[in-house]
Design a binder for this molecule. Structure first.
Ligand code: UDP
Ligand code: MG
Length: 308
């Protein structure tokens, strides 16, 4: 078994790979134990694949997986976790926003204190849009308020995890991957290392707005029933309000009698059933979400080629 593997998901990163590998490898040379860098090409349509194969030929500590198409960042990391066979694993972005030199600090924390999870927390994010910074800040604060375990704020997937954490994550049958949540969910002891997130070295972000929204929803839906509870609650309050409306409609009719024919019954029916329907949808949703999660057990990705 190797000592350490570094997992790198790659989607159109041709301008970053050579430099990235060099900087990671410098850290691995210092660690001086059996190690590997695992590149997972997530269906790039630039020269990333070619560069990975070339780097693999020239360096014997490189492993690779090529996907048939773009399956998404989380699927790529997951494939890397499966391929890794090491005492500890580091997940890092390919665009050099996460400085590889931090791996050295993570590794010594793991080695000396046997800390199972060492995550890198961003104290500053360079070269990212205000929109991304604000939505990320808000999202993780909201997320952490609706789940029942602790998740570090301002933290992506850049982290070192022990083999035992990898094994627990690989056991999970989640169809929608949200690895930072799944790793925190294990509850293993963790430690943070603060860092300044750099500007992407070259190329542009592979996370379109659509992918970001999808990812955000995956996290919430996989780890919380809060939205469903919220609809049920709204339905409940609407029902209470509609009961008051019913009383009002009935008294208008029988007390004052100055009401157009049909208005009373219509008001009662619409308001009462509106409320009941929302409660019902909320309850159905609770079941549906659970069944859906279990039924969709499609594989996370398809591999077209990989190293031994
Ligand atoms: N990535 C991927 N598949 C995708 C999108 C991104 O494997 O569909 C990789 C990308 O190459 C990088 C990491 O995931 O190594 C983070 O992506 P990116 O830098 O585009 O996201 P951002 O830093 O803008 O959130
Ligand atoms: Mg990036």
């Amino acid at each position: 078994m190797k000592e350490i593997s570094v997992i790198v998901p790659v989607f159109n990163e041709e301008g970053n790979l050579a430099d990235l590998y060099k900087r990671i490898n410098d850290v691995l040379i210092k660690i001086n134990k059996k190690s590997s860098v695992i590149f997972i090409d997530d269906g790039s349509n630039d020269n990333s694949k070619k560069i990975i194969l070339e780097l693999h030929k020239q360096n014997n500590n490189i492993e690779y997986i090529l996907f048939t198409r773009n399956f998404g960042h989380q699927s790529a990391v997951f494939a890397g976790l499966i391929k890794s066979n090491s005492k500890c694993v580091v997940i890092i972005d390919a665009d050099l926003q996460d400085p590889p030199e931090l791996i050295s600090e993570m590794y010594s924390e793991w080695l000396t204190n046997e800390t199972p999870i060492i995550y890198a927390q961003r104290i500053k994010r360079k070269g990212e849009s205000i929109f991304k910074k604000i939505t990320a800040k808000f999202y993780y604060r909201f997320f952490s308020s609706i789940i029942d375990f602790n998740i570090p704020l301002d933290t992506g997937d850049f982290r070192l995890i022990d083999k035992k954490v990898v094994n627990e994550v690989l056991k999970m049958k989640d169809s929608n991957l949200f690895l930072r949540g799944q790793i925190s969910w294990t509850g293993y002891r963790s430690k943070k290392i603060e860092y300044v997130r750099q500007k992407r070295k070259s190329g542009k972000t592979g996370y379109s707005l659509k992918k970001m929204i999808r990812f955000g929803l995956d996290g919430i839906i996989s780890f919380s029933n809060y939205p469903l509870k919220l609809i049920s609650l709204i339905g409940f309050y609407l029902t209470v309000i509609s009961l008051l409306l019913i009383l009002y409609a009935l008294s208008s009719k029988f007390y004052y009698g100055n009401v157009i024919d049909g208005w009373t019954s219509l008001t009662i029916i619409i308001s009462f059933f509106g409320g009941i329907q929302l409660i019902a949808i909320g309850i159905f949703g609770q079941y549906l979400a659970r069944i859906n999660d279990n039924v969709l057990s499609r594989s996370h990705y398809i591999i077209s080629r990989q190293s031994k």
